[in-house]
Ligand binder design. Structure first.
Ligand SMILES: *Cc1c(COP(=O)(O)O)cnc(C)c1O
Length: 375
């Protein structure tokens, strides 16, 4: 192969970036003000713009999504408590709980939506009357059954923190998905749909909790008055500036993702009744953000065969989420058969707003050929 035909590696996602000039304009403002962090102009402006974009009363920016989950745990007084969570997520969901001294109790997922199963949650709540809260995940931006989970929280007196790292811009029944639960936390990491390079957003409707969050993320004091044990989880002006540049692009990028999602579906014939592959099923009433392109294989060995064929062509899908968190070496293993099996059979294909259609077609061709070769 000569250089002109050599193909660049293709990863599962590509970070979005604004035109460099836009970012430089923001930097010039920051340099003029000489205010680099501690609730500067960019952070305040981004908090305001996010709130209006999401149609929510308030946004707390913080250093990253993982820290956002930890602050949420503290703000609700759940540190050290028994908390139900899902084994089908990125490890940060679990590590936030463990880092706050919580005892995570894994609850299995629904095989259709891949989000925490309300039925399994109800059973777990009966079995563990001493549990204090729950941390479900809106997996791939699909919504958990928030109404049913809310009812269970009421019945068993549980507080709910949603890990909404994938759910930027998603609406359920016409409202931002971030408005459900006691607190929702999103990640604005560079690989997510909307980002501030590193960063997170915390959303809640309760004013007392909001005040607590503001204190917690800024050392627990206001001026010389110290109120509680805090930490440093502030977002810097340089990070917020990136968010200000990117936010206006989100609607058009989401349209682009939707178009590519449909092209993938058509090329893979994934909607045909005899398709070998399937998608998770979206909750009814959801306006989705097309955050990922996950496909579920009938079993692990064909997944590995296809993944290997793609990697030989320098195409790198990711096994989101593998392994099941129940199997990690630092947790008590309480098996969850649905999650443990699904995590072996799901693969996220390369998917990002400015992906070329020719790349998409090349990926589908390799997948189709390797599925045929496997059989
Ligand atoms: C990305 C992610 C996080 C962590 O967010 P960071 O901003 O990288 O700390 C947490 N949970 C889920 C489900 C994620 O995908």
């Amino acid at each position: 192969m000569n250089d002109s035909t050599k193909k660049k590696p293709i990863f599962v996602t590509q970070s979005i970036l604004p035109p460099l000039g836009h970012y430089v304009q923001q930097l010039e403002k920051i340099f003029q003000s000489n205010h680099l962090t501690n609730n500067g102009q960019c952070v305040l402006e981004l908090e305001q713009k996010l709130s209006s974009f999401l149609e929510l009363p308030f946004t707390h920016l913080c250093a990253n999504g993982t820290m956002g989950l930890q602050l949420a745990i503290r703000a609700l007084g759940l540190e050290g408590k028994k908390i139900f969570t899902t084994p089908f997520s990125y490890v940060a969901t679990l590590s936030a709980l463990l880092w706050e001294g919580c005892e995570p109790i894994f609850v299995d997922i629904d095989p259709q939506t891949l989000c925490l199963s309300p039925k399994a949650l109800r059973e777990a709540a009966i079995q563990h009357p001493d549990a204090a809260g729950i941390m479900p995940v809106h997996v791939y931006g699909n919504a958990c059954d928030v109404d049913e989970i809310n009812a269970i929280c009421k019945d068993f007196n549980l507080l709910c923190i949603y890990d909404a790292a994938h759910a930027f811009g998603v609406k359920y029944k016409g409202k931002s998905l971030f408005s459900y639960g006691d607190i929702s936390v999103s990640s604005f990491h560079a690989t997510k749909l909307f980002h501030t390079v590193e960063g997170g957003g915390i959303f809640c409707n309760n004013e007392a909790t909001q005040e607590k969050l503001a204190l917690l993320k800024s050392f627990g004091h206001a001026g010389d008055n110290h109120f509680c044990l805090g930490i440093n989880s502030k977002m810097s002006e340089l990070h917020a500036a990136m968010g200000l540049c990117l936010l206006p692009q989100i609607p058009s990028l989401t349209k682009q993702r939707k178009k590519l999602f449909k092209l993938y579906n058509a090329a893979l014939s994934i909607d045909s009744p005899n398709s070998l592959l399937r998608h998770p099923v979206l909750l009814e009433g959801l306006e989705w953000n097309y955050a990922f392109y996950p496909i579920i294989f009938p079993h692990e060995s064909i997944l590995l065969y296809v993944k290997n064929a793609l990697e030989k062509e320098d195409i790198f899908p990711r096994r989101y989420f593998y392994p099941s968190l129940t199997t990690l070496p630092y947790v008590k293993n309480n098996p969850c058969p649905v999650a443990d099996n699904i995590s072996k059979a799901v693969l996220c294909l390369p998917f990002y707003a400015n992906m070329k259609e020719s790349t998409l077609n090349r990926i589908v061709e390799i997948i189709s050929k390797s599925i045929d070769a496997y059989h």
